[in-house]
Structure formats: C-alpha cells, structure tokens
Design a protein around this ligand. Sequence first.
Ligand code: ZN
Length: 290
Amino acid sequence: MSDNSYISSCVTRDGSARLIFADTTSVMRYRSSLEPMSDTAMAVMGRTLTAASIMGSMGKTSEEKLTLQIRGDGPAGNITAVSDSYGNVRACMDDPTVDLPARQGGKIDVGGAVGSGSLIVMKDLGLKEPYTAVCELVSGEIAEDVTSYYARSEQTPTVCALGVRIEPDMSVSVCAGFMLQLLPFYDEGIIDLIEKNLKDIPSVTDMVFSGMDDTAVFDTILKDIPYDPLERHDIEYRCNCSRERYHTALMSLGEDEIRSLAEAGEPIETVCSFCRKKYVFETDGKTILD
Ligand SMILES: [Zn+2]
C-alpha cells in the first residue's frame, strides 16, 4: 500500500498486451471518511471506483471523462464512479450503509449487495453526444462485469481484477485493481504464458497487502514475458462540484418548482453526493438567490 494512490501501466515488448495497475487505497480511505459507510458498501464502492479510474486512464484524449455506473436490484442501489483521463476519480452510491453478512471464507458479499441489473459506461469525449454502452451484469462482483463489458461492447479480450480489504476496525487497508488487455495482432504464445501466470498469482488484494508495488505486480503477472513500463502517476479523489453548478441545477427545475421552493421562504440545502459538500441557497420569496 502506497501512501499516495497511483496508476501505472506497461506493455509487453512484443505489443501483445497492456497492463494497468492502480493502488487506490488512499483514495478509498478518503472517500470512506466523508460519510458513515459499511464494509460491504466500501467493498462495492472501492471496486467500482478502482475500475472507473483504470478505465478512465485508458482514454484517448486528455479531456475525456468516463462514468461507470452499476445499476443492480440489490440493496446497495445504484453505484456511480466518474474518472478523468488521468484516473482521478469520485464515486457515490444509493445506500452507503448496506450491510450483508460475509460469505463463506469471510468474503464480503459484493455480488449480493449489487444484485442483477446492468453496467453502464459513458464516455464524454467532448463531442455533442457522449458514448454510452449498456450491458448486463454477469455476477455483480464488478471485475467480472467489467471483463464482460470489454468482451461484449468493445470486443477486447480483458482480464480485470479488483479488491478491497477492510480491517475489523473498519479501516481500508487495501483498495486496488489491475486490467490486462490484449492488443490487436497479439501473439498466441504470450497469451498461453499470461494465462498460466494468472492461474498461479495471489489475489490483487493479497499482492498489495503483502507490500507489492506496480513493478512487483507486473513482474508477477508477466513472469517470463519481457515488458516495458509506460507511465506512472499519482491519482486522487477529485470532485468538480461548485456553488455555481448547484445554483444552475436548481434554476433548471422549472418556474413552478422554483416559485414553490422560494415561497416557502426556507433556505434550500443541497449536498453533493460525491464529496458531501453542502451548499445553502437563500430565497427572497420569488426566486433562488445565488
Ligand atoms: Zn462535490
């Protein structure tokens, strides 16, 4: 576990596959300090946020934004994570207190909390219409759902692993993940090696908990495969909300609703579901003041 969250990538020397690893421990630790959360919710959100960070960092332009939404029928409700093209991320969920009994072996029941439903990926490329893809959740465990999204929506063979470790005192000791993607014209021989390596490796949670960094993780997954590191940089929890944005949103409610809110004479309180920042707007009986 690094003090700072970071994202790091590499590519096999023959160009068959790229591998991206993210240690998002400090990001999830910060997120869990914003509001009371159960361990189940932290595991659900940590996995989603890590996946979004990795997927966002794969964007083609620096302005690109990626939203990953898990809409299941389980008690967690909807989970949303938004990443910029560097992997800076924010997340929220309907019920951060959702708490399910652990499954056999002490594993947090992420799939049970999420339920069945759909995974939605939205990419805002700065064009008029964002790119949106919807596919069915496979297990609600997030990693398998992301893998299936890449296979079905982007026809890209992908291996995704995500993990969150919560200690008995409810602190986040690990939040991390990796994604391995085959590139066009990959070499079958390399795939066999990667598959063999993946069978033998510990979970990403255990790797990070034991003190492994990006290089150690790459060396393990790409054992006996030459690779070149690409980029490594720190990432953080980042919300882009502002008073102005919330005022604009309130003012877009429509005349009748604005008037009835203003006539009540009470200040209007809004709370950002991503960063829990509170914005209070006074009214003058006719409209909402900025
Ligand atoms: Zn915010």
